[in-house]
Design a protein around this ligand. Sequence first.
Ligand code: AMP
Ligand code: GLY
Length: 423
Amino acid sequence: MSNKKYKIVVTGAGGREHALSWKLSQSPDAEIVYTYPGNAGIPNSISDLQLKGLSFREWCIITNIDLIVAGPEIDLVRGLKNRFEGTGISVFGPDKTAAQLEASKIFSKTFMRKYDIPTADFKVFESEYSSAEVLDEIHRLDGNLVIKYDGLAAGKGVYVCDSIKQGVDAFNELRSLYGQTAPFIIEHKLTGTEVSIIGITDGKSIKLFSPSQDHKRLLDGDEGPNTGGMGAYSPVKSCTDELLERITKEIVQKTVEGISSENLDYKGFIYFGIMMDENDNPFLLEYNVRLGDPEAEVILPRMKNDLLPVILNCLNGTLAESDIENNDGYCVDVVLVSGGYPKIYAAGKSISGLTNPLLNNCHIFYSAVQQVDNVLHTSGGRVINVVAEGTTFEEARSKVYAACEAISFEDVFYRKDIGHRNL
Ligand code: AMP
Ligand code: GLY
């Protein structure tokens, strides 16, 4: 690589973005890594206030930014990549059309079907459907189905149903939330364990991070309401090398071929949400056009080599020349949340224990914090990711829980069983 030093901005504001900026900052080729808008716990966060009236685009141009790495999907879906065309600033992430792989269930499921990627069978209800047709489909599947609103819904547009009544209720709720002609799909319900397979693609080849798994439910034993993620770990015992080979062949490679055949402008992270059925057959549930959160917080610490050259090669269309090297260790992330999350919770609680030596063994990635009088305070539901590595899974897990006990704020809550399936 040349001696060029890169000025980089990571977009987004949570733990995933903190992990990304932390990883990129270690590159000898990074001059500075900003995060926009970031938060008080992420170094070099740039809030709108600091743009001094400039748009983000204007600020990037004036600051001579070289590279923008997109954190959340929303920026990409709104055309972050398209907006920077002609500026000389590279955006790592798909363009607006390719981001439909996440933003539209109809687009992504149709893509999966076209490229013969194993996924739950489905039916599209695009706009001119009658209630009778929908009810017929709910009855035909005897209520064992999943209804998915077509658009982005921050995790709320997916209804996993067990009965005809639940299916009908979900259909009614979907229409009351998104309108009488809201586009959606109904798909067969699958059962099995989920695994997150995340990689980097330039639309011709793909490199994968180590498999990871998140915990979406609030309570121990995977009970309680869905959340934005209560923790994650990597690698995943149930995702054996043999299974990963099948996933790669049947799902990952076919996706890259599809992206290439459709001429999609896709150079970025790609996330495959996989479900393995009871016979270990992998099915693709969804694509995300970004890193998972909290999966990023466990896969990036396990990446041994420099991420920046991999991103730069990807943008140049020469990803095949790079590798993602994962260490042999284990990584566990436990998310400390505000009591009451994901429903009603308070913010503005002061956080203590952040200088406890137990934290020296860990990575702390901040999700929702603000600074008040030089002290970090909570500013949202998911507050802090405590992440530890170990040469065994048990070691990583005991380190992470020791550190969690050292941190406190009023009504702090966290799951005590992250990674229980790996034990
Ligand atoms: P999606 O946004 O499509 O990944 O759906 C969100 C979550 O709903 C997934 O992570 C699964 O836990 C669940 N889910 C989605 N599709 C199915 C399906 N066909 N069968 C069972 N569960 C599903
Ligand atoms: N952890 C799941 C996601 O990021 O969508």
